[in-house]
Design a protein around this ligand. Structure first.
Ligand code: PEP
Ligand code: MG
Length: 560
């Protein structure tokens, strides 16, 4: 009998294969056999720890050497984490306190996991990395192979609790045809890497770890459904239909418009010159979100205006000629701590001094950045729009717009806080455009940490409450005759993208890899169908019903 499991859809596509179940633990029997290790003294135990650290770090470095871009950085960061001196000295203290080596390592790791978790946001994500490192260290100490993803012998569906960067970074899309994880949300590492690789992916699938290894599993990354032991004929037919669909996507070349020709600007989210240049080669109408803070994650000191201008120039230079760039001012704080800007020791950083709020006490930081952006715009001649993150009031929008316009640039603000959505008409009286950050808007509407994998059902932009706030914002834009875009992950979901357009959103900005699927889907949907999809989704009670309602409307519409 077919068992149907449900999760949060992350990357669309249908794939079928035997379940390859990743283990996250070293075998308990090996741990029992090792016992206290029989070390003559603490120094000998610590030497065994050092040898395990060296082996694990070497493994990460080897993988980092074979990877590139963000993946290589994540792996290098894991190598740094395992060799951390603080971790070593905590292990040493634990040994001195009379613990055996395995207990000492476990306690030290839990100490840092607790510390990272209490910091929240991106630091909390590091807790997953630390737990992964723990498993690898134990394996080396007791002389077992490192836990993780086994190498598949045939194209398989990878099933896991959650995947650490070290696992996802080395996946071969020819052998791992889909991912289904029991934990993890739409912003987890698993989701980010699956999007990069374009592998169908569903996260937060309750019960998926119970699937027997080798059982055939069908993953539908659009609906979030995982079928265990499906009807073979039906499953093969669905995979074939999906293959045809993907071929149609590859053939789409832009520009973004609905089937009946209404323009929707499809833009790229970029982080630096490399990603901006790569995205410029895609059929994008410009950059809808340049996350400037990502250029400075490792900086202790604020970069000078000239240094910043040089970085922004490299990004802007890849555009122009009718393709504008929307630069977001520093969104430091909370999940993106930046040493020279973030306020340390906040009780609750996600609700603290982050984004535009940093300029309340220290306007110089914002003004120097705006000077640098204006200089880069002057050097390149690229049409440059500037927007602020984490805006909550019309007065904040007014002050920001004044500072931006003083420098001859177009000013906008992000809608990430429910107050901004509710007062969108007031904000639009102050600025030239709005851009909805659905990642934070969802987090703040649902009061659910966007990084908390166990709250993935709440941190879903299909939550009707979030959809209503987007609709209010888009309606205000239509009334004011000003552009309202979406630049959160919601824009990268082809089904949701049509719903957003139906609400009146005028641009969608996303990872460059998502532009073709979104553009191809939009090109087959009329504006009236988008409107009907929006209406159906807004009337739903929960995310699953909203998805289904939108899908039903789209399926019922005559193919364009
Ligand atoms: C958002 O919150 O949706 C957004 C685009 O900003 P970030 O993901 O960088 O916080
Ligand atoms: Mg945000």
């Amino acid at each position: 009998m077919v068992t149907t499991l449900h999760g949060t859809p992350v990357v669309a596509g249908v794939a079928l294969g035997p379940a390859l179940v990743a283990s996250s633990e070293v075998s308990p029997a090996a741990i029992d056999r090792f016992g206290d290790g029989g070390f003559p003294d603490d120094d000998a135990a610590l030497a065994a720890y050092d040898a395990a650290v060296a082996a694990v770090a070497a493994g990460f470095e080897r993988k980092a050497g074979a990877a590139s871009g963000a993946t290589a950085q994540v792996l290098a960061a894991s190598a740094g984490l395992v060799t951390d001196r603080g971790l070593r000295s905590t292990v040493a203290q634990q040994l001195q306190a009379g613990n055996d080596l395995l207990t000492a390592i476990g306690n030290a790791v839990e100490h840092f996991v607790g510390l990272f978790t209490s910091m929240g946001g991106l630091m909390a994500e590091r807790a997953t990395d630390l737990r992964d490192i723990h498993g690898r260290l134990l394996a080396h100490v007791v002389g077992e192979p490192e836990p993780g993803v086994p190498v598949p012998e045939e194209p398989s569906v990878l099933v896991a609790a959650d995947l650490a960067p070290a696992d996802t970074a080395v996946l071969d899309p020819a052998l791992v045809v889909a991912l289904a994880t029991e934990r993890g949300g739409p912003t987890s590492h698993t989701a980010i890497i699956a999007r990069q690789l374009g592998i169908p992916c569903v996260v937060g699938v309750a019960g998926v770890l119970g699937v027997e290894p080798g059982t055939r599993v069908l993953v539908d990354g659009a609906s979030g459904v995982v079928e265990v032991d499906p009807d073979p004929g039906d499953a093969e037919a669905r995979v074939a239909a999906d293959r045809e669909e993907r071929a149609a996507l590859a053939a789409w070349t832009g520009p973004g418009r609905t089937a009946d020709g209404r323009e929707v600007k499809l833009m790229a989210n970029v982080a630096d010159a490399a990603s901006a240049t790569a995205a410029a080669g895609e059929p994008v109408a410009g950059v809808g979100l340049f996350r400037t803070e990502l250029c400075f994650l490792n900086r202790d000191q604020e970069p000078t205006v000239e240094e910043q201008a040089a970085i922004y120039t490299d990004v802007l230079a890849a555009y122009g000629h009718g393709r504008p760039v929307v630069v977001r001012t520093l969104d430091a704080g909370s999940d993106k701590p930046i040493s020279f800007a973030t306020h340390p020791d906040e009780e609750n950083p996600a609700l603290g001094v982050r984004g535009l709020r940093l300029s309340f006490d220290d306007p110089g930081l914002l003004h120097r950045q705006l000077d640098a952006v204006a200089e880069a715009a002057r050097r390149t001649g690229t049409e440059t729009w500037v927007m602020a993150p984490m805006v909550a009031t019309a007065a904040e929008a007014r002050d920001f717009a004044t500072a931006v316009r003083d420098r001859g640039l177009r000013a906008g603000v992000m809608v990430e806080v429910p107050s901004a959505a509710l007062l969108a008409h007031q904000l639009l009286a102050e600025v030239d455009f709005l851009s909805i950050g659905t990642n934070d808007l969802t987090q703040y509407t649902m009061a659910a940490d966007r990084m908390a994998s166990d709250l993935a059902h709440l941190t879903d932009p299909w939550q009707p409450a979030v959809l209503h706030l987007v609709a209010i914002t888009a309606a205000a834009g239509r009334e004011a005759g000003k552009p309202v875009g979406v630049c959160g992950e919601a824009a990268a979901d082809p089904l949701l993208a049509a719903v957003l357009v139906g609400m009146g959103v005028t641009s969608l900005s996303m990872a460059a890899a998502a532009v073709r699927p979104v553009g191809a889907r939009l090109a087959r949907t009329t504006y009236a169908d988008c409107e009907a999809m929006a209406e159906a989704a807004l009337a739903a009670e929960d995310p699953a019903a909203a998805r289904q309602a939108a899908r039903d409307v789209q399926a019922a519409a005559a193919p364009a």
